[in-house]
Design a protein around this ligand. Structure first.
Ligand SMILES: Nc1ncnc2c1ncn2[C@@H]1O[C@H](COP(=O)(O)OP(=O)(O)OP(=O)(O)O)[C@@H](O)[C@H]1O
Ligand SMILES: [Mg+2]
Length: 262
């Protein structure tokens, strides 16, 4: 059973998932999950290791397609459009629904090229001057411009871990996404770099729908307005973050947030 708090349904949902199941071979990793992801909020996915958070997040831009054993069933819509529909171009989908991973993964290219690559292949800029504008704007939004503006030709991999993660966020932003998925984006970072990423999420949240997976309940409480708690492949409870953390309805949610397991 899933407990959904009042007013969590959103007829203007950016992402709408209905009865989504994900199988790895015979094993069911996500079991009939339905959720509305609102464009106006940061949504956090929490739950113990192995409960399916990453698997479910990857559904939203069809990243599970890249995993041979994975099979996704159910309906997922982006702005009301079926992402598994025949008219959906998956490359386009992944530009609209960008992703940032746990481990920063800049391309082994210059800082400039890391950002310029996506806009180039998506035809967002024709002239070098247009690309320059996109590169500066994306790095500025990601809070990295001042740190790298004099070294745009240096390799992206030469940056610190926290800078690399902001570079990856800038790279996602550069193609003008509507949604940014973040799978534990700060778990490999020190507290100062983590604080920067959290600040950044806050700044970006008005502009993009953001879904973040995190193991840190403090982080979920700080950055999100909506929280979904997962357990054993099921979404147990979905509600306003403040309610989930102070007044959860389900016993399993209560147990998790009070640290009884996880
Ligand atoms: N590529 C894969 N092949 C087979 N099984 C997988 C694969 N990826 C995940 N699983 C299984 O699916 C279940 C959910 O995994 P998932 O990575 O989504 O959990 P998670 O909640 O993100 O965990 P964590 O917090 O540790 O990242 C687990 O039982 C896991 O072993
Ligand atoms: Mg995970």
């Amino acid at each position: 059973m899933t407990v959904i708090h009042p007013n969590m349904a959103d007829e203007n949902a950016k992402i709408r998932a209905r009865d989504v199941c994900v199988f790895y071979g015979e094993k069911k990793a996500i079991d009939h999950v339905s959720i509305d992801i609102s464009p106006n909020y940061v949504t956090a996915f929490i739950g113990p290791s192995g409960c399916g958070k990453s698997t479910f997040l990857r559904c939203f831009n069809r990243m599970n397609d890249t995993i041979g054993a994975a099979k996704v069933t159910g309906l997922i819509e982006l702005d009301g459009e079926d992402i598994h529909g025949s008219r959906m171009d998956v490359v386009q989908l992944r530009a609209r629904v960008g992703m940032v991973f746990q481990k920063p993964n800049p391309f082994p290219k210059s800082i400039y090229e890391n950002i310029a690559y996506g806009p180039k292949i998506h035809g967002l800029a024709e002239k070098k001057a247009d690309l320059d504008v996109i590169v500066e704007r994306s790095l500025t939004r990601a809070g990295l411009w001042d740190e790298v503006k004099d070294r745009l030709d240096d390799s992206g991999t030469a940056l610190s871990g926290g800078q690399q993660q902001r570079l990856c966020i800038a790279r996602a932003i550069a193609v003008d996404p509507e949604v940014i998925l973040m799978d534990e984006p700060a778990s490999a970072l020190d507290p100062i770099a983590t604080a920067k990423i959290e600040e950044l999420i806050d700044e970006l949240s008005g502009r993009y729908a953001i879904v973040i997976v995190t193991h840190s309940m403090q982080q979920a409480a700080r950055v999100s307005q909506r929280t979904a708690f997962f357990h054993l492949g099921k979404m147990v409870e979905y509600g306003p973050t403040s309610e989930i953390f102070t007044n959860p309805i389900e016993e399993r949610t209560k147990d998790y947030i009070t640290g009884r397991y996880g």
